[in-house]
Design a binder for this molecule. Sequence first.
Ligand SMILES: Cc1cc2nc3c(=O)[nH]c(=O)nc-3n(C[C@H](O)[C@H](O)[C@H](O)COP(=O)(O)O)c2cc1C
Length: 203
Amino acid sequence: MTEQPAKNHPIIVAVTGASGMPYGQRVIETLAESGRKVIVVVSDHARIVLKEEMSADFLKVDHPNIQFMNYRDIAAPIASGSFPTAGMIVCPCSMSTLGEIAGGISRNLIARAADVTVKEGRKLMLVPREMPFSAIHLENMLKLAKIGVTIMPASPGFYHHPKKIDDVVDFVAGKILDHFGIEHSLYKRWGTNEFNLEELGTF
Ligand SMILES: Cc1cc2nc3c(=O)[nH]c(=O)nc-3n(C[C@H](O)[C@H](O)[C@H](O)COP(=O)(O)O)c2cc1C
């Protein structure tokens, strides 16, 4: 039987070496500020991309709700299905990590935690970033989507009229958090001029 995640179970956010570090950072900080416990794992290659994109050695996230786990610590709590979580987000997700997860290869804590998330019937979301996608990438994504993994490409919309990069980042982060039922005001929802969302009771 698939377990029901409790609201106090932590959400895992893994950051891998695809472009899009600001997306991962915004997701982590918004989750933590919403009151959720967040377990963060950063891959070795993500650190190289972090340096390129944010001129930093580490993610700039600092909140008591955030706990880091070591990418190489295959004995960390999230490597076991007996440790309860409310699911996992890989953001951004490289094609390499996506391929590992699709192939069931668990040689680091991110791939292992994703494997555990799938086998325990918990929510797994991947936020891939690559241009263009090859047939290998697409087949891997289709394989995962067919078993219930959410493929949430980092493809920002422009119908909310972004004025700065933060607006674009917020749109993608907001769409990710919507799927985990996290309240936020990162972007203006389509149709909210005509409808009062509180009355609709959607979020
Ligand atoms: C600056 C930079 C940007 C990259 N962007 C991407 C990307 O957008 N998507 C991708 O799949 N790989 C990208 N890569 C390649 C991955 O980092 C590489 O495949 C790495 O092995 C992924 O490892 P990981 O999944 O363990 O983090 C990028 C590498 C660098 C240095």
